[in-house]
Design a protein around this ligand. Structure first.
Ligand SMILES: [Zn+2]
Length: 379
């Protein structure tokens, strides 16, 4: 997953193993920043990684997707910034309750604030939890939601859909912003001549100002090239741009295999480049999947056959299969043109047992290579 797959600006990094609580980091290379999807097993991420997260997206607040938020807060709360957190209805109260579990009598005026955006079907409700005030939760207001878009910057946009997991949960699609790309053959067919106007057109594109127009272009004529003023610059760009569907990532976990959910996944995730999808159970345990509103291997294959992503990353397998990851992968036969990406069962070493650490009374010293050396203390 550390190669670029088909991405221009984005680099997805899945920070968990097949059986770990899920955690998808999407790095935005030109910005040196990232977006984080879910807060599962997070303790092994470097502080530098977590400090670079500008927006956090929570699918739902089951413990295995949300408990890592404490680590996230710990690494960010004394930095002067506001972090956007998107999640299903009720998330602001849950975050406020978590934060209220600590004492905040030593806050400073420059501390971080969290702005929680609760995504509902027809609106987004915004809440502010200001660090300088000890993270008390304040309702800021409702915004109507006219489409699936919930977040964006110069390099990506995030869309979301509310699905059912016996509680409301969100699925997310992260798409790269279209790049400024020109088709030489189309420029020629349109009778245009390359020149400084293309630089101006690119500038307008990056400013999101194509509609501002007009633009003086160079057109070929029998006498050479002549200047011509084009009023509709948006249409001009549409005529000469290269057709390229922006690469995208779908993040789907956890949801029930219901008709309504499938219609929503089908509509939001169609044509997605990389599908990161929960696959909790083996096909034989379909009933367990149905009872808990999760997916099994047969469900994932059903989705892949309809969505036809270029890459599929199954995640969040049930810990009851620990040590049997090969059984899950064995059932995930992908259709032609779809590449299955495999994860290690666990990304980090398993937790320590008491017999694996030095006994109390033993000394611990560090050598020059920073390797641990244990020696019994002298009496
Ligand atoms: Zn869940």
């Amino acid at each position: 997953m550390r190669d670029r797959l088909s991405f221009r600006y984005l680099e997805p990094v899945f920070f968990a193993g097949l059986f770990d609580d899920p955690l998808l980091l999407v790095q935005i290379r030109p910005l040196g920043k990232s977006c984080l999807f879910d807060c599962g097993q997070i303790h092994h991420l470097a502080k530098r990684v977590l400090k670079g997260v500008t927006a956090l997206f929570i699918s739902h607040a089951h413990m295995d997707h949300f408990m890592g938020i404490d680590t996230f807060i710990r690494h960010n709360h004394v930095a002067p910034k506001t972090i956007d957190i998107f999640g299903p209805p009720g998330l602001a109260h849950k975050l406020a309750s978590k934060l209220a579990g600590y004492d905040w009598n030593l806050t400073e005026p420059y501390w971080c604030s969290f702005r929680v955006h609760e995504v509902q079907a027809d609106r987004i409700a915004d809440y502010l939890l200001p660090g300088p005030e000890g993270f008390t939760c304040r309702f800021e207001g409702d915004r109507p939601r006219r489409d699936k878009h919930i977040y964006g910057n110069d390099y990506l946009q995030v869309e979301a859909e509310l699905c059912d997991h016996k509680i409301p949960m969100l699925i997310f699609r992260v798409s790269e912003r279209p790049a400024f790309l020109l088709d030489e053959a189309k420029i020629e067919r349109a009778g245009l001549v390359r020149g400084g106007w293309l630089r101006d057109l690119k500038k307008l594109f990056h400013q999101g100002a194509l509609a501002r127009g007009p633009l003086a272009v160079m057109r070929s004529s029998g006498l050479g090239s002549i200047e011509e003023v084009v009023e509709d610059v948006t249409a001009l760009y549409e005529t000469i741009r290269r057709d390229l569907i922006p690469a995208s990532i779908g993040y789907v976990t956890d949801l029930g295999f219901t008709e309504e959910n499938l219609a929503k996944v089908g509509s939001l995730m169609a044509g997605v480049t990389l599908l990161v999808c929960e696959c909790s159970f083996l096909a034989a345990d379909r009933e367990k999947a149905r009872n808990s509103h999760h997916l099994c291997t047969a469900d994932l294959i059903y989705l892949v056959e309809r969505l036809r992503p270029k890459y599929v990353l199954p995640v969040h397998a049930s810990k009851s299969y620990l040590g049997k990851g090969r059984l899950l992968y064995g059932e995930l036969e992908m259709p032609a043109g779809v590449t299955l990406i495999r994860l290690p069962e666990r990304l980090t070493p398993r937790p320590l047992l008491a017999c694996e650490v030095p006994k109390l009374g033993e000394t611990v010293s560090y050598n020059a290579e920073e390797n641990l050396e244990y020696g019994r203390s002298k009496p």
